[in-house]
Design a protein. Structure first.
Length: 401
């Protein structure tokens, strides 16, 4: 043990904005849907060693509740409804929904229950796992080291852009899930607010409220995954998910995530009505330049001016990658860069965790994510993956010989 007795999470709002946005839509439209989600570590780390400590931290989450100040702050945002906020005031995490096991050194976690409750577990659970592991592995690291390294990166960035028109560059903090710690994330975002004029917001609702920043986020893969079982026809599931989002939010929160089934299949479903009503698209896997070119070509084919739309890049970005993408796309469309791990867990001597929690079932049946990066595909049911590929006219993956 490291001697940290205080809880890792101290606010119900210490999560990504899109979780509450999706939760409200589920609360209104799919209150009886049940789901299961599972933890994945994409590396070889033996994180099961920390299972007991993680379990204790999960138990402590039951005491988290929306405060009066937080509820008032949320009520002033234009897209939340009073019925949902009243329900959220009563919401408490149910630790019984989470099973944590040390399986031969590997960390196994499965979460099951009503979708409208399970939906909130992913982000804070990943954040607390990351913080617990880093407390043990690099207890000597300080928040000041993280800030010093950030200042070094900002200095390099400022020199690189000295002769560049940066009027269209926009950065968002997406760093909650794999942060070194809550304190490091807060310090990093505070520093960016003070010293980086291109910061426009954070995906973390708690930080947005306390630092007077704009909260940002729309929907995640699980929104599209669940519709693979909610929609009566599998081939229509992506269009059903896109339409249900518009039904809930109309012309607000209009950035669509494209890679649950892969970009080409997404664009086939993203016809002229969707393309006009959604404000833009978010990239989260595959080659970002190839993705962006496909997006712009799609808009142009539909007679839509790309300058009226926004491309959000959020896949494993750092400042250098963001700058390269800005040079490529910045004058052709609106671009926003969501940087996560490379901001909030970028400290010399620290290796960030590559961990995710993804939906694996909806209403007791399998769901899948077939991203534009093969290593990000998630589903253990090979028959369902085959059916999904067939429904969306995607080539079957051949076994390596």
């Amino acid at each position: 043990m490291t001697g940290h007795a205080s809880p890792i999470l101290t606010s119900l709002l210490d999560t990504d904005a899109y979780k509450l946005h999706m939760q409200q839509a589920v609360f209104h439209r799919y209150p009886d849907v049940t789901v299961a989600a599972e933890f994945r570590c994409r590396g070889d780390e033996l994180l099961g060693l920390y299972a007991d400590e993680i379990r204790d931290a999960i138990t402590a989450m039951h005491s988290l509740a929306l405060t009066d100040d937080e509820a008032v702050w949320l009520s002033h945002l234009p897209f939340f409804h009073q019925d949902y906020l009243s329900w959220l005031r009563q919401f408490r995490y149910n630790p019984d929904q989470v099973e944590v096991r040390n399986h031969h050194g590997r960390l196994d976690i499965r979460i099951q229950g009503p979708w409208r409750e399970v939906i909130l577990w992913e982000v804070p659970l990943l954040a607390l796992i990351s913080e617990i592991v880093h407390r043990h592995r690099t207890p000597q690291v300080t928040t000041q080291q993280a800030i010093d390294h950030l200042h070094h990166k900002l200095g390099d960035f400022t020199r690189q852009v000295a002769d560049l028109d940066m009027s269209r560059f926009r950065l968002m903090d997406f760093g909650t899930r794999r942060r070194y710690s809550q304190d490091v994330q807060q310090s990093i975002v505070s520093t960016l607010k003070q010293d980086f004029p291109w910061l426009i917001g954070t995906s973390n609702y708690d930080l947005a409220r306390r630092l007077s920043l704009t909260p940002v986020g729309t929907q995640a893969h699980e929104w599209f995954q669940a519709f693979q079982q909610i929609s009566p026809v599998l081939a229509n599931s992506q269009r059903a998910a896109l339409q249900a989002w518009l039904d809930e939010y109309d012309d607000q929160l209009g950035i669509a995530l494209t890679d649950c089934i892969a970009m080409d299949a997404f664009l086939r479903d993203f016809g002229p009505v969707f393309a006009r009503r959604y404000q833009g698209l978010r990239h989260d896997s595959g080659d970002p330049v190839e993705w962006g070119e496909k997006a712009l070509a799609h808009y142009q084919k539909l007679g839509i001016d790309p300058q009226s739309k926004t491309l959000v890049f959020s896949d494993n970005l750092n400042l250098d990658k963001a700058l390269a993408l800005y040079r490529h796309f910045g004058q052709r469309t609106n671009v926003v860069f969501g940087i996560g791990t490379r901001l909030t867990c970028d400290i010399p001597g620290v290796t960030p965790l590559n961990i995710v929690i993804k939906l694996v079932q909806c209403n007791g049946k399998p769901v899948a994510k077939l991203s534009d990066s093969p290593g990000k595909t998630i589903c253990q049911d090979k028959a369902f993956v085959k059916a999904l590929r067939k429904a969306f006219d995607l080539p079957l993956v051949k076994k390596a010989s």
